[in-house]
Design a protein around this ligand. Structure first.
Ligand code: HEC
Length: 184
């Protein structure tokens, strides 16, 4: 028997086992009254968790902003930890500069390392500012994303960043990754 057949058979067997276990679990659960714990999550609450905005372009909200608008917001909400020019206040808070082509160990920043500009929007909206995550509205997140792209020399100061503009940005290190998902 060839290896692929063997692993396919194993996969089928484990799927069958899982299906049988699943069926058993369901019938046990049906015989018992619900424990009455917790409460259903509301759509509004779900919006706070459903923040995935991947490079493929789904999940981006309305809104827009420029780097010029983002500057003062960055100074108010971000500079204490990241420095007013994104130069950082510690090793892991540097947001600007670096080059993946440097001779020594490269400085990996949003500008030098991240392959997709969309990740910046996704990350800021979900996690920053670190002392008050999810406290920014969507246009503020577009403004701050624009400001960080501007500080990294990727877009202009007056360029309006919205969903379409963000998705069309090509990051300096976009080709610096190898897709190994298809290798066997
Ligand atoms: C209280 C301190 C603090 C504040 C305020 C703060 N950050 Fe951060 N930020 C951090 C820390 C610490 C990290 C590194 C987290 C890690 O490595 O897991 C980080 C990481 C980041 C990163 C990812 C950097 C990378 O290369 O992985 C971005 C982008 C970012 N912050 C943007 C912002 C923006 C925009 C604001 C303002 C809205 C902000 N931060 C406010 C502390 C802060």
């Amino acid at each position: 028997m060839s290896m692929p057949d063997f692993s396919a058979k194993r996969l089928l067997t484990s799927l069958l086992c899982m299906a049988m276990l699943g069926a058993g679990w369901n019938s046990v659960a049906q015989d018992r009254p619900a424990p009455g714990l917790g409460q259903a999550i509301s759509e509004a609450q779900l919006d706070d968790f459903d923040l995935v905005a991947p490079p493929g372009g789904s999940g981006f909200p309305e809104g827009s902003g420029t780097a010029a608008q983002g500057r003062s917001l960055f100074n108010q909400r971000c500079a204490a930890c990241h420095g007013s020019e994104g130069q950082g206040t510690s090793g892991n808070t540097v947001l600007v500069g670096g080059s993946m082509q440097s001779e020594g160990t490269p400085l990996r920043t949003v500008g030098s390392y991240w392959p997709h500009a969309s990740t910046l929007f996704d990350y800021i909206r979900r996690a920053m500012p670190a002392d008050a995550p999810k406290s920014l509205d969507n246009s503020e997140v577009y403004q701050l994303t624009a400001y960080l792209l501007y500080l990294n020399g990727i877009i202009g100061e007056q360029e309006t960043l919205d969903r379409a503009a963000l998705l069309s940005v090509t990051m300096p290190n976009a080709d610096g990754f190898i897709d190994r998902s298809q290798l066997h």
